[in-house]
Design a protein around this ligand. Structure first.
Ligand code: CA
Length: 223
C-alpha cells in the first residue's frame, strides 16, 4: 500500500512517514500544495493524507482539482480547526474523512486503515482473542457478550495487544506503536493506561488476559 503525505511541517511529515513505514506502508511526502497535486497526478496512491493549510495551494483546493480530473483516491484531510464550516467544506471538496490536529498516531492509523478497508476485501475483519472481540472499523470491543467502553487511547492499546497476542510487548514497543510524537518516555503513562485497560477488560472477569512480564513489559495471553 502506497500513501502520499502532503504536509509542510517537516517534523509532522517525518513523524507520519516513519510511523506509517513501521506499519509497512510505502510513503512519499510532498511539502506544498502544488507538489502534492503533481505527485498525486503522476503516481498511483492507495491513500492521500492532505494537510489543509499548505503553501502555494491549500489542501482543499488540491482535493477539488484532483476530483475534477477524475482521481478517486481516498483522501484524509488533516486540519488544525474543527469548526463545522471547515468540516463541511472539507467534505464538500471531495475528502473522505478528516482528522483534527494535534492527533495521536494511533488515531491517524485507525482512520487510514478504515479508509483503505473500504476498497479491499478486508472490510470489517474482526480481531478475536480468547473471549475478546474487536471491530477495527466501528472501534468497538466486547468481552463475551459485554460491550466494553474504551477511550481512543485504551482502544489503540488494546488493538495493539490483540494484534500481537502471546508476545511480550516492551514499553518501548508500546510507545512506538500507540503513542504520538509528543510522547515523553520518562513518564509512567504506559503503565497508567495498561491499568485503565485492565480495569475495563479484566477486573470483572475471572480469567485475566493482560499479564505483567517482570522487567520486560506486558503480554496479552490466556494463563
Ligand atoms: Ca500546514
Amino acid at each position: 500500500m502506497r500513501i502520499l503525505v502532503v504536509e509542510d511541517e517537516k517534523k509532522v511529515a517525518s513523524f507520519i512517514k516513519r510511523g506509517l513505514e513501521e506499519e509497512s506502508f510505502t510513503v512519499d511526502v510532498a511539502y506544498d500544495g502544488e507538489e502534492g497535486r503533481y505527485m498525486a497526478e503522476t503516481n498511483q496512491y492507495d491513500l492521500i493524507l492532505m494537510d489543509v493549510m499548505l503553501p502555494k495551494k491549500d489542501g482543499l483546493t488540491v482535493v477539488r482539482e484532483l476530483r475534477e480530473k477524475g482521481i478517486a483516491v481516498p483522501v484524509l484531510c488533516l486540519t488544525a480547526k474543527d469548526t463545522v464550516d471547515d468540516i463541511v467544506s472539507g467534505l464538500d471538496s471531495g475528502s473522505d474523512d478528516y482528522l483534527t490536529k494535534p492527533f495521536a498516531f494511533a488515531e491517524l492509523l485507525a482512520r487510514v486503515r478504515a479508509l483503505l478497508r473500504r476498497g479491499t476485501q478486508d472490510r470489517g475483519a474482526e480481531i478475536n482473542f480468547a473471549d475478546l472481540r474487536l471491530d477495527p472499523v466501528a472501534h468497538k470491543v466486547w468481552r463475551g457478550n459485554k460491550e466494553i467502553d474504551l477511550t481512543a487511547k485504551e482502544y489503540a492499546l488494546l488493538e495493539y495487544f490483540m494484534r500481537n497476542a502471546n508476545q511480550t510487548l516492551t514499553r518501548t514497543m508500546i510507545a512506538e506503536h500507540v503513542w504520538d510524537y509528543t510522547f515523553d518516555s520518562f513518564t509512567n503513562i504506559i503503565d497508567v493506561y495498561v491499568n485503565y485497560l485492565r480495569k475495563k477488560i479484566d477486573k470483572d472477569f475471572d480469567k485475566k488476559l493482560i499479564h505483567t512480564v517482570r522487567g520486560a513489559g506486558y503480554v496479552l495471553k490466556e494463563e
